[in-house]
Design a protein around this ligand. Structure first.
Ligand code: AP5
Length: 211
């Protein structure tokens, strides 16, 4: 299946994409991870996009589309996380999929209030060893270093200022895409203010994996 996991910053896109990957074996394509990998490499492109990332601004469309496109036909099934985020990206995705005679099967929109999201993101920690995401209260990093050695660090864009900027951009540019996918009859909304396991149950149901 080709699934878009959609929603505001901190709604749990990365968390739920991880569960879907475990359950379905699909690949996880997260544009935020692609951005951070490029920054880590220290490439010329990485230097150019770091400023956008750290301020919580969207990387320009032509750059993010070029970075994402090659991943779309590499796998039979994928969970696309963080893309598209505006009309131009949604159009570019449709065109890229048309070229390979494919389409998006389902869009899962996670929904939660901004205040919940700011709290969640302030407690987020990411493992430098595995890239896995945790939360200091809701999903603490493991103490056993065989499971994940860490260190568990805070992302550069998880400052309150950058989080509020990212949410503002989400409401203005990204959220309207829900109508676009609803019109195509492939949108399923999930209340993401529930606990992680409750959200996972609804997400699995949305993709027919609720055994
Ligand atoms: P990206 O990495 O995609 O960041 P984001 O959209 O800000 O999304 P997040 O990763 O912050 O949130 P999430 O929904 O994945 O939440 P998570 O599962 O971690 O993008 C980063 C940057 O890259 C952008 O700002 C931009 O510059 C650039 N970029 C990326 N894509 C782009 C594009 N298409 N166009 C242009 N630029 C682009 O969960 C958050 C926390 O909450 C975790 O700690 C988790 O453990 C916890 N949690 C999760 N679910 C629950 C729950 N149900 N209850 C309690 N806690 C929970």
């Amino acid at each position: 299946m080709r699934i878009i996991i959609f929603g505001p910053q901190g709604a749990g896109k990365g968390t739920q994409a991880g569960k879907l990957v475990e359950e379905t074996g699909a690949a996880h394509i997260a544009t935020g991870d692609l951005v951070r990998e490029e920054i880590k490499k220290g490439s010329e492109l990485g230097e150019k996009i770091q400023e956008y990332n750290d301020k919580g601004e969207l990387v320009p469309d032509e750059i993010i589309i070029e970075m994402t496109k090659p991943h779309l036909d590499k796998h039979d099934g994928w969970i696309l996380d963080g893309f598209p985020r505006n009309q131009a990206q949604a159009k570019a995705l449709d065109e890229a999929l048309e070229e390979i005679d494919e389409k998006v099967d389902r869009v899962i929109a996670l929904e939660a209030s901004d205040e919940d999201l700011v709290k969640r993101l302030s407690g987020r920690r990411q493992s430098e060893a595995t890239g896995k995401t945790y939360h200091i209260e809701h999903d603490p990093p493991p103490e056993d270093s065989d499971e994940d050695a860490g260190p568990f660090v805070q992302r550069d864009d998880d400052t309150e200022e950058a989080i509020r900027k990212r949410l503002e951009t989400y409401h203005e540019e990204t959220e309207p895409l829900k109508d676009y996918y609803e019109e195509q009859g492939i949108l399923v909304t999930v209340d993401a203010s529930q606990g992680i396991d409750e959200v996972t149950k609804e997400v699995m149901k949305a993709v027919g994996e609720d055994k």
